[in-house]
Design a protein around this ligand. Structure first.
Ligand code: PEP
Ligand code: MN
Length: 295
């Protein structure tokens, strides 16, 4: 007999769809994640200076992004490479929010920094390398800010769900899952994008799911196609790296889009977004008919 998903993920009951929990909608300033709208988060890998961030924020907003990303504290492979501007970057992010109205998501790497980052950010990002740092997850959960939980580099779906469950158990139900590619035997690309993982997460959990086509591919020419795949797999939004001059970015330039490329990606998503909208409308009208028939 085939095991049910409830049995397979029996140790993370709170993240699974149930009678009580159908679809979690996370409120962030004037928008929601996990509702009918597909949300685009855009911005540089790291905040490098005020000009870079402001220019990116303006262009991202004009192209339809609703949330600005930008690392202040950066997890790097080497402790000797650029670690982010820290508190100065948080202040720049806050100025960009004031100027553009975009909500802010930024990574918190240390439990110690949670109060400071939570003071500035609308969403706290838990990076892939921190997905199993439980003391950080607990502190982030207790800050009360929504959490963007990125899947670990070698984390299974069950591992991701365990971390999400832990955040919920620490009193924070505003968890957004993020598929950002995982390490596999195939090293052609930076990571392997698990689109099946997105489809599964959308079927079994009530949490919103965001796709990260930038880290999943590592190549800027693959960002637009992976964004479309993420949308088609059922993601509630995407998080994309955008930089005014990717070739001279201080981190992740190879996978960052310049402004024209970001505009083109957003325009390319339009027909797919229209299709998504018409599917939602069809599902809603079918549900309405069922309800009317029941009356
Ligand atoms: C990032 O978003 O820039 C980042 C470091 O992501 P990840 O934790 O997925 O590698
Ligand atoms: Mn990055």
């Amino acid at each position: 007999m085939r095991k049910s998903w409830q049995e397979i993920f029996a140790d993370t009951p709170d993240v699974l769809i149930s009678e009580q929990r159908r679809g979690t909608v996370v409120p962030v300033l004037d928008l929601t994640i996990g509702g009918d709208d597909f949300v685009t988060i855009a911005g540089p890998c790291a905040v490098e200076n005020e000009f870079q961030l402001m220019a990116t924020a303006q262009r991202a907003r004009r192209a339809g992004a609703r949330i600005l990303r930008g690392g202040a504290f950066k997890p790097r492979s080497s402790p000797y490479s650029f670690q982010g501007l820290g508190p100065e970057a948080l202040r720049i992010l806050a100025r960009a929010r004031k100027e553009t109205g975009l909500a802010i998501v930024t990574e918190v790497m240390s439990e110690r920094d949670v109060p400071l980052v939570a003071e500035y950010a609308d969403i706290l990002q838990i990076g892939s390398r921190s997905m199993e740092n439980y003391s950080l997850l607990e502190a982030a959960a207790r800050s009360g800010r929504p959490i963007l939980l990125k899947r670990g580099l070698v984390a299974s779906i069950a591992d991701l769900l365990r971390s999400a469950q832990f955040i919920l158990q620490n009193g924070n139900s505003n968890v957004i899952l993020c598929e950002r590619g995982i390490r596999t035997f195939d090293t052609t690309l930076r990571n392997t994008f698990d689109s099946a993982g997105i489809a599964l997460l959308k079927q079994i959990t009530h949490l919103p799911v965001i796709a990260d086509p930038s880290h999943a591919s590592g190549h800027r020419e693959l960002v637009a196609p992976l964004a479309r795949i993420g949308l088609a797999a059922g993601a509630d939004g995407i998080i994309v790296e955008v930089h005014p001059d990717p070739d001279n970015a201080m981190s992740d330039g190879e996978q960052s889009l310049n402004f024209a490329e970001f505009d083109a990606m957003m325009a390319g998503l339009e027909p797919w977004l229209a299709l998504r909208k018409s599917c939602i409308a069809r599902v809603e009208s079918a549900a309405l008919q069922t309800m009317e028939a029941a009356w």
